[in-house]
Design a protein around this ligand. Sequence first.
Ligand code: BG6
Length: 488
Amino acid sequence: MGKASSEGSIFTIFGATGDLSRRKLLPALYRSHAAGLIDPRVRILGVSRQDLNDESFRALAAESLSAAGIEGDAVPAFLARLHYFATPSGNPDNFTRLKETLLELGRSRNIPENYCFYLSLPPRVFGPTIAGLGSVGLNVSNEKGWTRVIVEKPFGTDLDTARKLNATIHEHFTEEQIYRIDHYLGKETVQNLLVFRLANAFIESSWNRERVESVQITVGESLGVGSRAGYYDQSGALRDMLQNHITQLIALVAMEVPTSFSADAIRYEKLKVLRSIRPIESSDVIRGRYTAGTIDGEKVKGYLEEDGVPADSETETFLAVKMGIDSWRWQGVPFYIRTGKRMPVKTSQIAVRFRGAPVRYFERLGCSQDIADVLTITLQPNEGFAFHFDIKVPGNPLRLEKVPLRFFYGDHFHGVMPDAYQTLLLDVLEGDQTLFVHGDEVEESWRVYQRLLDAPPPVHDYAAGTWGPQAADALAIPETELWQGTRG
Ligand code: BG6
């Protein structure tokens, strides 16, 4: 994970002029370039329908870097790595010409035939692009070089479409060549979950139904849908956050100890968790949709008033779900999940609530010992951990207080946290699939939610700037104050 790339290759971005490429991919590749982490023989080929050339694509990239706050001496050399290939729509020769361009670029710069193809494209063109690459032989890995294809979410819109998409990709690429991106897996704190669990024996030995009472995962965002209504209204919180990012978090929290720290071993254990998630009852799900409200003193519109949202939309912008995992480790431990747009703050947090002491001496002595010990793992912002446990308040009478033992990345490591895309793109260049989602995992995670997709429960309103519909409280999430992000 996150090694340097040490081979020449051509990194092709389909959709190179689009939002993801400009905001995330080009800045991420730049940062790796500036840190000396990518081989000088790595070239980047932007592909899009726009009528640009190398020069104008470099200008667009320079703008994107500066919009991401990137300036400095390393920029010109990075821009010199960029090339451009236009694919006029409807031109049947696009893929033949693309292949010639790649071969020529490789020959003239002594780059081996190593190719990454990043599909930063609308889902409807995934299939044709994969087939196009296959039709000209840009899908093979052989003695001349390797080929890898990187697929962005959404990976299908339900179990059936995900299966079909897997089948289409597998017609041309093997699983070892496919890198399904879930940017949450590239976040430092998410990777640290594994280290935290597996490098600290006392944590792992408490990480089970004997010691843990519940697990609560919160991914709240203060932003609304903004200009993405066209996409979001077709997705909602389930397809946009739960099926992918949050399900990956559940899998990492709940998986068994893998036999090694390798891609296959970890992905195998994650898959087992997904297979063990109990079918979700609709009584364990609350769907919500934000109405007008106030966030940080600013008035914001309701979801139905956002540009591009149909007046009769039934899409949820909030979800609370209670899940059970039928495994020896987690049987009987509820996993409470909440995610929503237009929450009061942006926060992603995992809270593990430990069982109380078997004998409550201090209660007998009249002390309140109401909240269990809780470990909170904050993924963003203010990345870090806090362990909330009881201590004696100095003096008399005897009183207990819950206090946090805290660690913040920002206090200890003073650099900027690497961006998820930087880590993930380096891993693609290195051929490390640990932080990418296997085809079986994607299908299994759609299976978990298919019942909800088929028969979605009703949508409840909540005011923007609140923590979701009141009905969600009926799920009896115990740590209300943790969910509300008031404890770090
Ligand atoms: C994206 C979703 O995948 O993740 C967005 O499409 C969401 O709707 C985003 O805002 C959240 O990512 P992060 O890294 O800001 O938590």
